[in-house]
Design a protein around this ligand. Structure first.
Ligand code: ASP
Ligand code: MG
Length: 465
């Protein structure tokens, strides 16, 4: 095992100028070699997307955006870098990257459309500005620190634009070799490179996945993800008042929570580190004094506890595509044809539930229209009607042991019934640690609250270390 910890700071920790000194304070507290992975400044990725999408038609929007970016960087440098030379160097290097972004946006304006490879390249600049800025700030404070770009250290992907995965066979050794010094490396998250050397993104929120990927390549001690929340909780605190913190989660529990909407981690984050049993620790930036104390630890040690269920989560990003037809559940080849059409459209299937007379395909809401068109463009064998449903929420109950303990689901269903909430679908058994329910979106908050109340009311902290 390496002597390094991979530490990830996201946009939620980098919202204003003072956040950068707090970051330096945290790095100091670690007092050991680190690989720091950073995402873009808070909200910057969304602003880049907005400018990028206007770029083909609107030259003015590019100029306004680039101007703002120069100003933002100048302020951050002025307020965080003290030595004159460091400041000058940082500014000229940052300006170089902003100039390049400017050129890219202008070329998109001239082409009049956004090719996939340029989309990914443009978006990665948000992260690259932060890695440069943060490594300059740390150098200014005398840390032995260097910036390490994915293209320079050999973080290779499968080459899929917009939603790639790391190619560990190709990356592991070279990344390890390139990050071998006992110093502090700062890596921009969110992307890696294809075999052809093109930048490919890991999907929105993908810096978490970068951190986990690097941890796997170097065999890190842990991956520490700094957030502005109290770690994983028993429910979303925006909906439920009395949430409990969760001290310990298994990899699968964390993956299911992320999949079903817990907005703490990129859903793929645990997959690179699970085989090596590298712990992932969620750190609460608001509670940082001077010690490194995790809020939630995700590792291979599953521990069941009295409540079984550790957290209730929800996602509104589900829609249902329903294929109706007598006997669709009994004839071979229908689902194969449907999924083939979706694959052609690059639509990801989140879940499939079948019965004798209908096949229900759960997709992201944003894909529903495209998926509907692909199903209706030509007849599908045995299917006589295709419908869509969007006003739904998926609520998941996650906890290891869910299926071994009688009565847990009964409690959940009882709670839903007691509030007269109409349950549209319930799915159990697809994973050993989660079950999920579908309700109307309007019922979502009431359903989450009543389930939480029935499971956790008057209980102390969930899970123990
Ligand atoms: N900045 C990127 C995003 O907003 C990646 C990340 O935050 O991890 O999606
Ligand atoms: Mg993020």
């Amino acid at each position: 095992m390496s002597n390094k910890i991979v530490v990830k700071f996201g946009g939620s920790n980098l919202k204003d100028s003072q956040d950068y000194s707090r970051l330096a304070g945290i790095v100091k507290s670690y007092n050991q070699p680190l690989v720091i992975v950073v995402s873009a400044y808070f909200g910057l990725t969304n602003r880049i997307i907005a400018a990028l999408e206007k770029a083909p038609e609107n030259r003015q929007a590019i100029e306004i955006f680039i101007d703002d970016l120069y100003k933002l960087k100048a302020t951050l440098v002025k307020e965080n870098i003290h030595s004159e030379t460091q400041r000058k160097n940082a500014l000229s290097e940052l300006n170089e990257r902003i100039d390049k972004l400017h050129q890219l946006l202008k070329s998109i304006h001239f082409i009049g459309e956004i090719p996939d490879f340029l989309y990914d390249q443009v978006l990665s600049v948000g992260e690259k500005l932060n890695s440069l800025l943060i490594s300059s700030i740390l150098k200014d404070r005398d840390f032995d620190c260097e910036e390490a770009l994915p293209e320079d250290i050999g973080l290779y992907t499968d080459g899929l634009f917009g939603l790639s995965s790391t190619n560990f066979e190709k990356s592991a050794e070279v990344v390890k070799e390139n990050l071998k010094n006992d110093s502090i490396y700062v890596v921009p998250g969110f992307y890696g490179i294809s075999d052809e050397g093109k930048i490919t993104l890991f999907g929105r929120g993908g810096s978490d996945y970068t951190a986990a990927s690097i941890a796997r390549c170097i065999g890190a001690q842990s991956v520490d993800v700094w957030k502005d929340v109290r770690g994983f909780l028993s429910a979303d605190p925006k909906i439920v008042e009395n949430t409990n913190p969760i001290k310990l989660l298994s990899y699968d529990e964390a993956a299911e929570l992320a999949y079903f909407g817990a907005r703490i981690l990129h859903p793929e984050t645990v997959s690179p580190i699970k085989p090596l049993k590298i712990p992932l620790r969620i750190m609460d930036v608001e509670n940082f004094e001077d010690e490194i104390i995790p809020a939630t630890v995700i590792n291979g040690h599953t521990k069941q506890h009295a409540e079984i269920i550790k957290s209730i989560t929800y996602s509104d990003d589900f829609g249902i595509l329903r294929l109706h037809g007598a006997g669709v559940g009994a004839r071979p080849g229908i689902l194969a044809e449907a999924t083939h059409r979706l694959e052609e459209e690059k639509v990801n299937i989140k879940s499939v539930i079948t019965s004798q007379t209908s096949i229900n395909i759960l997709l992201s809401k944003t894909d529903l229209e495209k998926a509907f068109r692909s199903m209706t463009k030509s007849p599908l064998k045995s299917v006589n009607k295709i419908s869509r449903k969007e006003d739904i929420s998926v609520i998941a109950a996650v906890g290891d042991g869910l299926y071994h303990e009688p009565g847990v689901m009964a409690k959940i269903l009882g709670a839903i019934a007691s509030k007269n909430i109409n349950l549209q679908t319930i799915v159990m058994g697809a994973s050993a640690v989660s079950a999920y329910l579908i309700v109307a979106q309007d019922d979502r908050n009431a359903a989450v609250r009543t389930i939480h109340e029935s499971l956790f009311e008057k209980k102390e902290a969930v899970g123990s270390l």
